[in-house]
Ligand binder design. Structure first.
Ligand SMILES: [Zn+2]
Ligand SMILES: [Zn+2]
Ligand SMILES: [Zn+2]
Ligand SMILES: [Zn+2]
Ligand SMILES: [Zn+2]
Length: 279
């Protein structure tokens, strides 16, 4: 985290290790920067405090990486690396950051985008339209059944991002908001990091919100400067590895030329910075 008092008068004296004791959402290098930023921060502090409480609630969701998907790792004392290796996805593509090997070397600077796929066979991943309409999903089991995917598939590791968004809209009653009634859902997604290397999985929101235009603003300091403001149009689901699968018939997963009229259900936009500084 960057010192929130950075750039105001005196220079920072080191890493920002002092968090605001109330909201916990901002951090400072020193007491003096904390004091000098208070005038700015006091107005946002309470709002951020409320937001951080919600973050905690979201961490308990049934769609965060859960029992059903971790059961093998827990029961057999299997490491994350060997779990991924057995499935041929260790240190591969979107899975790179799912174990410590990848996390330590990952650079968000060169976030892939165009050719991202599941690196799994079509039977193991949701690479095309669902075969049946969505019903209410309460667990990973519901989700896997709906998408006809066997429970041993590791996709939950990556899908917890879109599924958490789905679940959050269910529990917060967002569905009754006017925004979704007009078939538009706008989401502020804060502090993305490894998600930047996994953006193709957000394509699954097409299946989770049929007929809805979903737009996600990804806001965070990890977004590289040169990608600030970038718009990404997710025109399809992340692909499988089967050469003859129907998911290959749609040309591009990403279309950066948003200037052309191409109505897609899911768009993303990247913003470098901190949420409170962008409002
Ligand atoms: Zn600030
Ligand atoms: Zn500072
Ligand atoms: Zn605060
Ligand atoms: Zn590993
Ligand atoms: Zn496929």
């Amino acid at each position: 985290m960057e010192c929130a008092g950075n750039g105001r008068g005196t220079r920072c004296i080191g890493p920002a290790r002092r968090r605001c004791g109330r909201c916990g959402a901002v951090a400072y290098c020193s007491a003096s920067h904390q004091i000098s930023h208070w005038n700015d921060h006091k107005e946002e502090c309470e709002r951020l405090e409320q937001q951080m409480k919600r973050v905690d609630a979201l961490n308990d969701l049934p769609f965060t990486f859960s029992e059903e998907a971790t059961v093998q790792v827990c029961e057999k004392q299997e490491t994350r690396c060997s779990f991924l290796r057995k499935r041929g996805i260790h240190f591969v593509g979107m899975w790179t950051c799912e174990c410590s090997c990848g996390l330590s070397v990952a650079s968000f600077e060169h976030a892939r985008s165009k050719d991202d796929g599941w690196d799994l066979a079509s039977t193991l991943c949701p690479c095309s339209e669902p075969s049946s309409p969505i019903k209410s999903l309460c667990s990973w089991k519901d989700y896997y059944e709906w998408r006809s995917i066997p429970l041993h598939s590791p996709i939950a590791l990556l899908l917890h991002w879109p599924l958490t968004i789905y679940y959050a809209t269910q529990v917060t009653g967002l569905r009754s908001f006017s925004s979704i009634i007009s078939n538009k859902l706008i989401i502020h997604y804060l502090g993305p990091e490894k998600e930047l290397l996994q953006l193709a999985v957000f394509g699954e929101l097409r299946a989770l919100f049929p007929g809805v235009q979903v737009h996600i603003e990804l806001i965070g300091p990890a977004i590289p400067q040169h990608r600030d403001g970038e718009k990404i149009n997710l025109c399809s689901y992340a692909h499988c590895t089967d050469a003859d699968c129907i998911c290959k018939s749609s040309s591009d997963n990403f279309d950066r030329s948003l200037g052309t009229v191409r109505s897609s259900a899911v768009t993303l936009q990247l913003h470098k910075g901190f949420y409170h500084d962008l409002l």
